[in-house]
Design a protein around this ligand. Structure first.
Ligand code: ADP
Ligand code: MG
Length: 378
């Protein structure tokens, strides 16, 4: 059991930086996820924690000890890779026992540990098989078993489920979460899949281009993304972004701050929506400027089906370009004449392609981002 701390950690390869000053504190027993697009530095960060890569700068601490100069085998960590890395000529038992044998554990100790891990992973009946006689999911379980028998202070996972089919991934996701509950050990899990991150992580670190974008619990990331990148990365279908002009009311409009698709000085056409009064003060300095408006698909409703009250100036007209029935919900791909966006509506919604539709935006849930920095304004 151990906490893991990264202090301003850098990794440079011949002048180009793959990891740029990452600082993270992972408390003991946490399931911590590193997520981000391919090439953003997740594996490099994990490999520096494991000691498989040397940090160019910064400090790495595991269990209260600075480990920059500690070799991987003495860091008390175990890593599970995407490609399993099992020995093909060895049985499951031998694969799991191998690392312990190398470390000089007694035969009895090895037997006990492998037996226990096999029970935890529900594969006691597979111990005599060779990897080629196993399914993808079973092989992955052996790879996890090999980590468990080590009883490490920290588990490191690098995209361990990427080679599995969609259904098995969901099942293994749950098994790993249960494993974490049972072992109560710090786990650091790398994935490019935001669904895996959201469903498994106690906390999630979103990375981009070697930088940390935000570290937060799943729902906090979802509801309060600190910038446009995080907002767009977490959630499916992703958040809608529309560039809007912020202006005060025009003649005949309700008092307040309005967001407009078109510059009001040039045209009064297009989407016009009014901020709820609570937001007025915050956006004051942006009046007369452009910002990026963000709204999640589930916060856009078909007015016909929307029984509850909605705030003044929150309705929008659009044309439906495509309807995608998903079974439990429907996605409407919409166009305002200038911008495209997607709404997630009830499965019984009867809206048809090419039809015009009146929508209501849930203005309580909207996001505004600075167009230059991408940072949230609200
Ligand atoms: P991720 O795991 O998020 O997909 P990586 O950590 O593997 O990303 O890689 C981050 C960046 O570092 C990438 O641009 C990659 O090309 C670069 N990189 C990784 N390993 C090396 C290496 N050994 N030499 C040079 N560049 C590398
Ligand atoms: Mg990687």
């Amino acid at each position: 059991m151990a906490e893991v701390i990264l202090k301003n950690v850098w990794k440079r390869y011949d002048g180009t930086a793959a990891v740029k000053g990452v600082s993270i504190e992972i408390p003991d027993k946490e399931f911590f996820v590193l997520v981000g697009p391919s090439g953003c530095g997740k594996s490099t960060t994990l490999r520096m924690i494991a000691g498989l890569e040397e940090a160019s700068d910064g400090e790495i601490w595991i269990g209260g000890k600075k480990v920059n100069d500690v070799p991987p085998k003495d860091r008390d960590i175990a890593m599970v890779f995407q490609n399993y890395a099992l020995y093909p000529h060895m049985t499951v038992y031998e694969n799991m026992a191998f690392g312990l044998k190398l470390r000089g554990y007694s035969k009895k100790e090895i037997q006990d540990r492998v037996k226990e891990a096999a029970e935890i992973l529900n594969m006691s009946n597979l111990m005599h098989r060779k990897p080629k006689e196993l399914s993808g999911g079973q092989r992955q379980r052996v790879a996890v078993g090999r980590a468990i028998v080590r009883k490490p202070k920290v588990f490191l996972f690098d995209e361990p489920l990427s080679n599995l089919d969609a259904k098995l991934r969901v099942q293994m996701r749950m098994e790993l979460s249960k494993l974490h509950d049972r072992l109560q050990t710090t786990m650091i899990y790398v994935t490019h899949d935001q669904v895996e991150a959201m469903t498994m992580g106690d906390r999630i670190c979103v990375m981009k281009d070697g930088d940390v974008q935000q570290i937060a619990a799943p729902l906090e990331l979802y509801n309060s993304p600190s910038n446009r990148f995080v907002a767009g990365f977490i959630g499916s279908p992703p958040m809608n972004f529309i560039e809007v002009f912020i202006s005060e009311k025009l003649q005949g409009e309700a008092k307040g701050v309005w967001l407009r698709e078109n510059d009001p000085q040039i045209s009064s056409n297009g989407m016009q929506i009014k901020l709820i009064p609570e937001m007025n003060e915050i956006v004051k300095s942006y009046v007369g400027k452009k910002v990026i408006f963000g709204i999640r698909p589930e916060n856009i409703y078909d007015k016909l089906f929307h029984s509850g009250g909605f705030s003044e100036g929150s309705s929008v007209k659009a044309t439906i370009e495509v309807v995608e029935p998903m079974g439990s919900e429907k996605y409407l791909y919409l166009n305002t004449g200038k911008n495209n966006f997607v709404a997630r509506v009830e499965p019984h919604n009867s809206a048809k392609q090419q039809q015009d539709i009146d929508l209501v935006f849930n203005m309580e849930t909207i996001h505004l981002f600075d167009p230059d920095s991408g940072k949230t304004i609200l």
